[in-house]
Write a protein that binds this ligand. Structure first.
Ligand SMILES: NC(=O)c1ccc[n+]([C@@H]2O[C@H](COP(=O)([O-])OP(=O)(O)OC[C@H]3O[C@@H](n4cnc5c(N)ncnc54)[C@H](O)[C@@H]3O)[C@@H](O)[C@H]2O)c1
Ligand SMILES: O=c1ccn([C@@H]2O[C@H](COP(=O)(O)OP(=O)(O)O[C@H]3O[C@H](CO)[C@@H](O)[C@H](O)[C@H]3O)[C@@H](O)[C@H]2O)c(=O)[nH]1
Length: 440
């Protein structure tokens, strides 16, 4: 394989669009493909179809370089690239825990049919263990060129930090079955590897499992601290101090010990559920049965947040105006997939509250899922006349709120801090009734 293989990225959603643009930044020629024509039209027009800090600037930088283009045509991609990264979605199946692999199977099939020359196909999507082996067989069965090989390269980027995480990942994991595949995928990450990034070369199953294990660990860490928050609530202890104190132990570490409304997004919730489902198929369901608790602890925090608001509203949401601050599953993202904030907002609206929701970036995505809520474009509009304020996504704009100023806008000084980011002393000092999760 030449020094610089030509790359394709199949599926230009959060992961794929980021990967395509960042690989051009690293010096590769890249073609991105999606079956969603609107997405490809937007990218061709220089627009990133979602909010990700730094990505629009990087796309603009490379738009006219001749090194980046977008298409909906698999034949064009197969003809162009030496290495194909498959980045399509693997959402949770409707009404089940298992991952829906329809998109992965469709993408591999469409690509394989057109592969007339030697190529490495690299799976990046998060998949249940065993999928890569099946996709390798699919390539062998369908591809007209029998020199096509498969590698699995799970992705660990975080939304909101996607550019940084792609240009400077903390590790690369390559599941490969041949020397050629290893050398080829190394050549597709040469600048990152030269920069000192650790590389773990392994088999398909390990590569697939590294990804779900990492997300399971992160989800468990969050649910652990949220379980401690439940105990703190019963004892009058303070979970943020507890997290600081145990976090000083380097073996534990303070990161991912922020108690509050819990985890959401397009990854952690569906990945632990898909892991539970796959472990069941493999006959090792007991090995990961703790993940059911992790999921339940996480969902209980949403219910608890609704209850805290209810307490402050004297037992009923009916006829009250509630300002909900945040809809995205975390700050610096417009992603509302399995968002705890949006879930809580919808739940209190069902109980009769008039919800005024403001998110700096996610209003449009939230409105597609919950059109029954009222969306406003400023913090001011959200809190004006509110009987209760609920901070559910910790955008900086909300962290920095002045309790006096916000207090001058609301009808009643009642606040639920669902992310434990405000200073209770300061807010109570300004006459607010302040409630949070796991703090007295
Ligand atoms: N979002 C993240 O931060 C992140 C990080 C690491 C891993 N992942 C994993 O990456 C995968 C993609 O996640 P995402 O968040 O980018 O999803 P997404 O829904 O934003 O993007 C998926 C894209 O694939 C396209 N697609 C579907 N079928 C296709 C086909 N047959 N051919 C070509 N394109 C097709 C869709 O139109 C969509 O644009 C998932 O497996 C996810 O678990 C995501
Ligand atoms: O201490 C914490 C840390 C996070 N969260 C929540 O956990 C969720 C996930 O946060 P984060 O992991 O930062 O976001 P993602 O972008 O979903 O990234 C996760 O999922 C990706 C997709 O699989 C992986 O690539 C990343 O490594 C993994 O961190 C969010 O709802 C956060 O609000 C907490 O409640 N407390």
């Amino acid at each position: 394989m030449s020094e610089r293989p030509r790359l394709s990225v199949i599926g230009t959603g959060y992961l794929g669009a980021t990967h395509a643009v960042c690989m051009v930044e690293l010096g590769y020629e890249v073609i991105g493909l999606d079956v969603d024509h609107a997405k490809i039209d937007a990218l061709r027009a220089g627009q990133i179809p979602f909010f990700e800090p730094g990505l629009p600037e990087l796309l603009a930088k490379h738009m006219d370089s001749g090194k980046l283009r977008f298409t909906t045509d698999y034949a064009e991609v197969a003809e162009f690239a030496d290495v194909h990264f498959v980045c399509v979605g693997t959402p949770q199946k409707q009404g089940q825990y298992a991952a829906d692999l329809t998109y992965v199977e469709a993408a591999f099939t469409s690509l394989a049919q057109h592969l007339t020359r030697r190529a490495l196909v690299v799976g990046k999507s998060t998949v249940p263990a065993g999928t890569a082996a099946r996709m390798a067989q699919l390539l062998a069965d369908v591809s007209p060129n029998k020199d096509v090989e498969l590698a699995w390269n799970p992705e660990f980027l975080r939304e909101g930090f996607a550019v940084e995480d792609t240009l400077r990942p903390d590790r690369l994991v390559f599941g490969v079955h041949s020397e050629w595949a290893e050398q080829t995928i190394r050549s597709a990450f040469a600048p990152v590897i030269e920069n000192g990034c650790p590389v773990i070369v392994t088999d398909y199953a390990t590569a697939e499992l590294v990804k779900v294990a990492a997300n399971s660990f992160l989800a468990t860490k969050i649910s652990f601290i949220n379980a401690m928050a439940e105990v703190c609530e019963a004892t009058g202890a303070d979970v943020t101090q507890l997290a600081d104190a145990i976090g000083h132990d380097a073996r534990i570490g303070r990161r991912f010990l922020n108690a509050g409304l819990g985890f959401g997004g397009g990854c952690l919730p569906k990945d632990i559920r898909a892991f539970i489902a796959r472990a069941g198929e493999l006959g090792v369901d007991q090995a990961v049965s703790f993940l059911r608790d992790v999921d339940e602890i996480n969902l209980r925090r949403r219910a608890r947040t609704v209850e805290l608001g209810l307490d402050l509203n004297d037992g009923s949401y009916r006829g009250t105006k509630v300002a909900v601050l945040g809809a995205a599953f975390k700050p610096n993202s417009d992603d509302v997939r399995d968002s705890p904030a949006l879930d809580v907002a919808a739940s209190i609206a069902r109980r009769g509250a008039e919800v005024y929701l403001y998110d700096p970036e996610a209003n449009a995505n939230a409105a597609k899922r919950h059109p029954e809520l009222t969306y406003v474009n400023t913090l001011d509009e959200a809190v004006s006349g509110a009987d209760l304020v609920m901070l559910l996504t910790e955008w900086n704009e909300f962290r920095q709120m002045d309790p006096e100023f916000i207090g001058s806008k609301v009808n009643k000084r009642n606040i639920v801090d669902g992310r434990n980011v405000l200073d209770p002393v300061q807010w109570r000092g300004a006459g607010w009734v302040y409630r949070s999760l796991g703090r007295p």
